[in-house]
Design a protein around this ligand. Structure first.
Ligand code: NOJ
Ligand code: CA
Length: 565
């Protein structure tokens, strides 16, 4: 590193109270990250054993998907106790050790809180079933009488995200069919009633429980879903996010209702009472950017996932539009943007970008939307690598979903009988669900589970493609051109360049098939989305490129980071 570069090196993000404005957060899906005890399911011991990978990668924080006791009807998003650890994943002392070790490595730790619904095995829901209609126990959930003869039709027309009606009927103590409860996801995930003070108290206690154990923040599951229309009005087919031609002042009966903002103001006060203040990132699918940034007002959440960017096809015009809208709307309220390419719910970027991008629809998320389109996986990987450099150069924070640093594709051929996602059964096998992006990671070139579990252990909970040995961490380690080494180089540079992270950008006109912008001091990012090579500015030096040997000209589907004079 030159003296000038050394002078430009940022202080460690970990010590900065505004770390969250620039952080690169690595998402750990614990079932699929690493298995330490050989039962074929990832666990906390596995995460601890691979912290070295994350340190070498150069991320600033980890976000761990739910690790609480759960019957696993929705891979842990059905929580039966918010203040304990699922035995399959380990113990509370394992969790405490992981938090301490992550902090020791300079990594912040973000957990996942699930406030829209519990598991049907949560003590409160079990009590509600026993206590019967009209009881205080049922008031913590959303129980209603059915419509129609004998109440045998659901109370309204709301639909589950996992297919079919959003209501399940219970059998009362006398053995007769009784009330219905709302569950916007699986039947085993009853929605809680946020009009009830017990719910506020329970979640406040949960936030404090983990904050007291040093956790730095929470990702908030279905943050836009907590408040429901008290009148339980029919949705009458109103889809969500609202169709583009619906006026702005229409409220959906159960998504993004104004009342959710009061809940997050309460939560912000709790987070701010800690030193250093704890932070939130909302999982908020609202379609319209100004409805998203409403959650990011200074007294609400710190950040939210930028799903508009994630959903954009790899096309210059679409990417430019979503980046511009994102930056303009976030600037209005002073919140940093986030940039995200994938997660445990979305078909992996390599496989999305492998498809003809003009054919990708604006809401295509799952494998089912892509599987029938022709695929060029070499192009998909090139584009995913270019998108990674774009993502890490844009102003704000970024997320990396485990396996993106290996360039893993979606697994598209999991046998139906091996699929675990409740979406698959909930839609009668019409939707192929999300298992394809949740396949256990390959760490080594050989071995019965490619290093995911100790050798000779139970098979991984989802089958791994045998070819994944060649994309494993071990296989990529010594290849300077590997995706793993591209991510490492990008994250190392990101820590050295004061221009990167929070801040702003200036667009440069590079033609209709490219995106180019500069960031001060002295940095530029160019991305070529088109088929033709693109000349780079003559006075720029290439710091890093998503393909080898880029010099002077940027090939198709390639990004470069440049140092300007
Ligand atoms: C969003 C989570 O990311 C997803 O995995 C889960 O199924 C739903 N919320 C319900 O909790
Ligand atoms: Ca295990």
């Amino acid at each position: 590193m030159s003296t000038a570069e050394a002078a430009a090196t940022r202080p460690a993000l970990a010590a900065d109270p505004l770390w969250w404005r620039s952080a690169v957060v690595y998402q750990i899906y614990p079932r699929s990250f690493a298995d330490s005890n050989g039962d074929g399911i990832g666990d906390i011991g596995g995460i601890r054993s691979r912290l070295g990978h994350l340190k070498a990668l150069g991320v600033d924080a980890i976000w761990i998907n739910p690790w609480y006791p759960s019957p696993m009807k929705d891979a842990g998003y059905d929580v039966s106790d918010y203040r304990d650890i699922e035995p399959v994943f380990g113990t509370m002392s394992d969790a405490e050790a992981l938090i301490a070790e992550a902090h020791g490595s300079g990594l912040k730790v973000i957990l996942d809180i699930v406030p829209n619904h519990t598991s049907d095995q949560h003590r409160w829901f079990q009590a509600a079933l026993v206590a019967g209609p009209g009881s205080p126990e049922r008031a913590r959930f959303i129980f209603r009488e059915g419509r129609g003869t004998n109440g045998d039709e659901p109370p309204n027309d709301w639909m589950s995200e996992f297919g079919g009606p959003a209501w399940t009927r219970v059998t009362e103590a006398d053995g007769r069919p009784g009330q219905w409860y709302l569950r916007l996801f699986a039947p085993e995930q009853p929605d809680v009633n946020w009009d009830h003070p017990d719910i506020h108290a329970e979640f406040e206690q949960t936030l404090r429980f983990w904050f007291d154990r040093g956790v730095d923040g929470f990702r908030i599951d279905v943050a836009h879903g907590l408040v429901k229309d008290p009148g339980m009005a029919d949705a009458n087919g109103l889809t969500f996010p609202l169709p583009a031609d619906t006026p702005d002042d229409i409220d959906h009966p159960h998504w993004d209702r104004p009342g959710v903002h009061d809940i997050f103001r309460e939560w912000r006060r709790i987070a701010d009472s800690y030193d250093p203040p704890r932070v939130f990132c909302g999982e908020i699918w609202v379609g319209r950017t100004h409805r998203l940034t409403a959650y990011l007002r200074p007294d609400e959440l710190h950040t939210a996932f930028n799903f508009e960017f994630l959903m954009s096809p790899f096309l210059a015009a679409s990417m430019r539009e979503t980046i511009q809208t994102t930056l303009a709307s976030h600037a209005q309220i002073g919140a940093p943007a986030t940039w995200v390419l994938g997660n445990h719910d979305i078909c992996r970027p390599v496989s999305r970008y492998a498809r003809p991008q003009e054919l990708v629809g604006p809401t295509d998320r799952n494998l089912s939307h892509y599987i029938d389109l022709p695929a060029d996986f070499d192009a998909g990987l090139r584009r995913a690598r270019a998108a990674a450099l774009l993502t890490l150069a844009l102003p704000g924070g970024a997320y990396i979903y485990q396996g993106e640093e290996f360039g893993l594709p979606e697994v598209e051929d999991i046998p139906l009988e091996a699929m675990q996602d409740p979406v698959v059964a909930g839609t009668n096998f019409e939707d192929l669900g999300r298992d394809g992006c949740r396949v256990p990671l390959p760490w080594t070139t050989d071995g019965s589970s490619l290093g995911f579990s100790p050798d000779g252990a139970a098979p991984p909970w989802l089958p791994q493609p045998s070819a994944w040995g060649s994309v494993s961490a071990e296989a990529q380690e010594s290849d300077p051109a590997s995706t793993l080494n591209l991510y490492r180089a990008a994250l190392a540079l990101r820590h050295q360049q004061t221009a990167l992270g929070d801040g702003d950008l200036t667009w440069v006109d590079a033609g209709p098939n490219a995106l180019a912008f500069t960031r001060e001091p002295g940095f530029a990012c160019w991305v070529n989305f088109g088929p033709d090579p693109l000349p780079l500015p003559a006075d720029a030096a290439v710091l890093l490129a998503s393909e080898p040997d880029v010099d002077g000209v940027l090939p198709a589907d390639t990004a470069a980071w440049l140092r300007l004079p």
